[in-house]
Each structure stands twice: as structure tokens, then as C-alpha cells.
Design a protein around this ligand. Structure first.
Ligand code: XIL
Length: 349
């Protein structure tokens, strides 16, 4: 018997986990129920899953997660209303089936923009109305900053941006507020929010939006990190930076790769990962959770991006290797046993 993670942080913040509906049964379901008091869908609440075809909504898998959250008295994070990935193509095609981004006629471009924003509103309205009573935090837009973009504001040049400029961000927040209500908590979510110049680009965008009255409540820091990067200090600085705008912070997708960047995938199974790396990972988790706890007046949720090391999105990076590498970013090993990362999180290392 091992102590429950969320009990340990009871006085600070809920601790959450990302899941697929299939993981809510058996041993994984028991881990989720025991160790976490907040939950998020790893995939099934993304636009491609919820509205694969225009007007045809697929609620089943998402509903399962909502029901589990209710039954087990967990908080629910919604991920995500807007993203440039996992969004179906139909959003960006005009009535004749042409790609909106290819349009050159200014009049038709204006029409396309209207149509896309209308579709966005409809998507948000339908989804928010269905889940508003259960959701505690909404990822309204995801990954809209790209420090390598060719514009000087670090705005990701997604189809959303190419067709609407930054209007899609405004419309997304305004529509979510409209249907979710004044008490709803609305987040702008991104990765590498600790890194310059990305965090400054994000800061400038959020500040501009707030000045225009766009209803943003907080920043979601994905926090996909590794055993060598980043420094705990840079995470602290970023939280403080966004707090200075009067915003809340959530840690939304925490995981810690055993590989420094770029990941080599040199360990071909969990057993091949050196013990000292797993120990180092445990220490890093401990330091980072110490920081979160210390800053608990500025952080209202900490969520891990997966249950155990048997299934992690980070392994997808090795799909093209002859013998695919194995990563191990979570507190539970591939057999669902606790590992140093777990002991670090519960401060017992
Ligand atoms: C990832 C999922 O974990 C994968 O299963 C899926 O194939 C791709 O998306 N940032 C995000 C998440 O905001 O939605 C991503 O989730 C991981 C990176």
C-alpha cells in the first residue's frame, strides 16, 4: 500500500491525470481513482474526436470521462476547444470544398473568415453547453505561440491564423465565456512557457488580449520536460510573470522524459533505463513539486499527462526507429508499480 498522490497535495491543489476512456477500468482505473482528484481527456475532447464531420457530434467517449469524474468526485479539465492539430479539415474548406488558405480574392477571403469563425462559434457553443456544469477549467486555445514563426509577434501561422489573424483567439474566449458563464475558468495553454522568447511572446499576446477585454483567466503550462531541462528556476519565473498580469496558472500536461533533448531513444525497454536516470527523475519530480507547493497560491491545478509508463505519447517519437526506443516519464512503471518518480512526487525520496 502506498500513499495517494492527491491526498498529499490536499491543502495545495488538485492533482490530475490525462486518460483515454479505456483506461478508466481495471488497474489503471484504480490508480486514477486512488491517486488523482482531477482528470482530463488525453484525446477524446479534441475537435477531431468531438466533431469529425460538420454537424455530427461524437459524444460517447468524452461522456465516459465526464461520468467517471462525477462518480469519483474529481475535477474536470477540458482539453481543448481550439488547436491546429487534431482538428478536422472540414473547418478550413469553403462551401465548394476549396482550401480557404489558398484563396487570393479579398472578398472571398473575408467570406471565408466569417464562415470559419461561425464554425468555431458553433463548435464551442455545442460543446460548452453540453459540459459546462461539469468542467472546472477550459483549455480554450492551445499552442497559439510559435517563436519560430515568420511574423514578429511569435504568432503560430496555423490555418486559424492565416484565415482569421488573431480573431479566432478572441472569438474562442468570448464564445466560451458566453456559454460557460462568468464563473468558468478559461485558459490559454502552451508548451515551453518557461523559455525565452516564447514566454515573452505569450505574455505580450495575453496582455494585449486582456487590454481589449478578452476573457482570459489563466495560463496553462503544459510542462513537457525532461531529466536535464529546464531549470526549476525558469519554471518559477514563468509562473511569476503570468501571475503579475493577475492570472491564474495551471500545470496541465506534466511529464518528464528520461532523455535529454533531442531524445535518442537509446533504451529499447524500461529495463534498459539506468537506475541512476530513474533516481535523477525522482529527484527532479520532487524539486518541481516542491516548487508547485511553494507557489500554491498561484497554481490551481497540477495534471500529469498519462497514467503509467506502459503508454506514453512520448514513445511516438521513436516510431520510425528499427527497434523503437522506450521512454518512462510517469510515476508508475509499465507494470503499474511505483518508481522513484512517484516517491519524489509524494516527497518521500
Ligand atoms: C497528444 C496525445 O497525448 C497523443 O495521444 C496524440 O496522438 C497527440 O496529442 N500537447 C497537447 C496534447 O496539448 O493534446 C498532446 O496530446 C501532447 C502535446
Amino acid at each position: 500500500k502506498v500513499p495517494s498522490i492527491h491526498h498529499f497535495y490536499e491543502d495545495s491543489f488538485p492533482v490530475g491525470v490525462a486518460v483515454e476512456p479505456e483506461q478508466l477500468e481495471g488497474i489503471e482505473g484504480r490508480i486514477v481513482d486512488k491517486h488523482y482528484n482531477s482528470i482530463v481527456a488525453e484525446n477524446v475532447m479534441k475537435p477531431i474526436s468531438l466533431q469529425p464531420e460538420e454537424g455530427k457530434f461524437n459524444w460517447g467517449p468524452a461522456d465516459k470521462i465526464v461520468e467517471f469524474a462525477e462518480k469519483n468526485h474529481m475535477d474536470l479539465r477540458f482539453h481543448t476547444l481550439v488547436w491546429h492539430n487534431q482538428v478536422p479539415d472540414w473547418f478550413f474548406k469553403d462551401k465548394d470544398g476549396n482550401e480557404m488558405v489558398d484563396e487570393t480574392d479579398p472578398k472571398q477571403r473575408e467570406k471565408n473568415k466569417k464562415l470559419l469563425l461561425k464554425r468555431l462559434e458553433t463548435h464551442i457553443k455545442k460543446v460548452v453547453k453540453r459540459y459546462r456544469d461539469e468542467v472546472d477549467a477550459w483549455d480554450v486555445v492551445n499552442e497559439v505561440i510559435d517563436p519560430y514563426a515568420s511574423n514578429d509577434r511569435g504568432l503560430r501561422e496555423s490555418k486559424w491564423y492565416q484565415i482569421t489573424g488573431t480573431d479566432y483567439i478572441k472569438v474562442a474566449f468570448e464564445t466560451t465565456r458566453k456559454y460557460a458563464g462568468e464563473d468558468a475558468k478559461l485558459y490559454i495553454n502552451d508548451y515551453n512557457t518557461n523559455e525565452s522568447p516564447k514566454r515573452e511572446y505569450l505574455y505580450d499576446l495575453v496582455k494585449e488580449m486582456l487590454d481589449q477585454g478578452v476573457p482570459i483567466d489563466g495560463v496553462g503550462h503544459q510542462t513537457h520536460i525532461n531529466v536535464a531541462w529546464p531549470s526549476v528556476e525558469s519554471i518559477r519565473e514563468s509562473i511569476e510573470l503570468f501571475s503579475s498580469l493577475g492570472l491564474d496558472n495551471q500545470i496541465t500536461e506534466l511529464d518528464m522524459s528520461v532523455y535529454p533533448y533531442p531524445p535518442s531513444g537509446e533504451y529499447k525497454s524500461y529495463e534498459e533505463i539506468p537506475q541512476e536516470i530513474l533516481d535523477l527523475q525522482g529527484q527532479r519530480y520532487q524539486e518541481i513539486f516542491d516548487l508547485f507547493e511553494e507557489m500554491d497560491d498561484q497554481i490551481s491545478n497540477v495534471t500529469l499527462w498519462g497514467v503509467a509508463d506502459d503508454k506514453t505519447w512520448l514513445d511516438d517519437r521513436f516510431n520510425d526507429q528499427e527497434v523503437p526506443g522506450k521512454d518512462a516519464p510517469m510515476p508508475f512503471d509499465p507494470n503499474y508499480n511505483v518508481k522513484p518518480a512517484y516517491w519524489g512526487i509524494v516527497d518521500l525520496l
